[in-house]
Design a protein around this ligand. Structure first.
Ligand code: F6P
Length: 341
């Protein structure tokens, strides 16, 4: 069998570990051949390929990013896109495709599967918000990076008697904020799932200043205050209509400073959370996803996505990947709230 592999959407530590596992097992156990498609769905759309064999995956396990490149190209938004993909897959003699990506990439994979393309999906996102799997690789790495930043910010905040607001990624789900904030001992954690009251945040900050410690506020980029409290100045949107990083963190620091009379600074971690080497947890999860994905392709079990359920790697219908966004439940937030202030 000749199998195409692509990575789509925002990059994520562990993508290379999936590619390596797919190729290593695909060649050594099953004798399949591979072709890499470059830059997500743009690869099969424009016929952009690169060789993918044992030499190409050597040494990539600890490397962040993706050797195949990525993009947010959606062939369903391009005239004749699907036909071009089918023609290019046929040109390349590709029998099956393994698509590694988040909601958007897997959404395309699910629609293509319905149209008869042989696809297997592998879920990835640092946001950990895909409903069909207990965890996605990349999340643990992002949380550890954010936790280390918070640890470092505690000491500088204390030295200067300042509040430090740490803005982490998470537009729709606050998993990174919740986990890094809990692990890093934040004094307040703000998530997109629950509107916050800026007066209450300022009270927590004030309370913290009563001890020898300085407050650390962790905020997910998608968090917003209760209605009427926020006027974001200079809010810029990117080409996809998303609020640019730095919006809410900056606003919070200004408001906290105004209410407490003490200096506040903002640190926007941004894409640092997506870069560099994956943690051991993410390398193992990504490798196990890759092994299951190549098994599914070999079995001809198409239209499926691999997923973690408990400690098992299972196959679920691709359609499930995009069915439900997994947000932080209120009970999980309540656990963190015990430590606020
Ligand atoms: O979905 C992953 C993610 O890193 C989000 O946490 C973040 O909101 C978004 O991608 C940023 O996208 P981009 O890299 O396109 O700016």
């Amino acid at each position: 069998m000749r199998i195409g592999v692509l990575t789509g959407g925002g990059d994520c530590p562990g993508l290379n570990a999936v590619i390596r596992a797919v190729v290593r097992k695909g060649i050594s156990t099953y004798g399949h051949e591979f072709v890499g498609f470059r830059d997500g769905w743009r690869g099969p759309l424009e016929g952009l390929t690169r060789p993918l064999g044992i030499p190409e995956v050597r040494g990539i396990l600890p490397r962040g990013g993706t050797i195949l490149g990525s993009s947010r190209t959606n062939p369903f938004k391009i005239d004749g896109g699907v036909e071009r993909i089918k023609a290019n897959l046929a040109d390349q003699g590709v029998d099956a495709l393994i698509a590694i990506g988040g909601e958007d990439t897997l959404g395309v994979a699910a629609k293509l599967a319905d149209l008869g393309v042989n696809v297997v999906g592998v879920p990835k996102t640092i946001d950990n918000d895909l409903g069909a799997t207990d965890y996605t690789f990349g999340f643990d790495t992002a949380v550890n990076i954010a936790m280390e930043a918070i640890d470092r910010l505690h000491t500088t905040a204390e030295s200067h008697h300042r509040t430090l607001v740490v803005e982490v990624m998470g537009r729709h789900a606050g998993w990174i904020a919740l986990h890094s904030g809990m692990a890093g001992g934040a004094n307040v954690i703000l998530l997109p799932e629950r509107h916050f009251d800026i007066e209450q945040v300022a009270e927590y900050v004030d309370k913290r200043f009563e001890t020898q410690y300085a407050p650390i506020v962790v905020v997910a980029e998608g968090a917003t205050p209760v209605e009427g409290q926020m006027v974001l100045q200079n809010q810029e949107l990117d080409a996809f209509g998303h609020v640019r990083l730095g919006g809410i963190g900056q606003w919070l620091a200004e408001q906290i400073e105004k209410r407490t009379g003490k200096e506040a600074r903002t640190v926007v971690l941004g894409h640092i959370q997506r870069g560099g080497t994956p943690t051991a947890f993410d390398r193992v999860l990504a490798t196990r996803f890759g092994l299951q994905a190549i098994d599914a392709a070999h079995d001809g079990d198409f239209g499926k996505m691999v997923a973690l359920r408990g400690t098992d790697i299972v196959r679920v219908p691709l359609a499930e990947a995009t069915r439900e966004l997994k947000t932080v439940p209120i009970e999980r937030y309540s656990e963190a709230e015990v430590f606020f202030g």
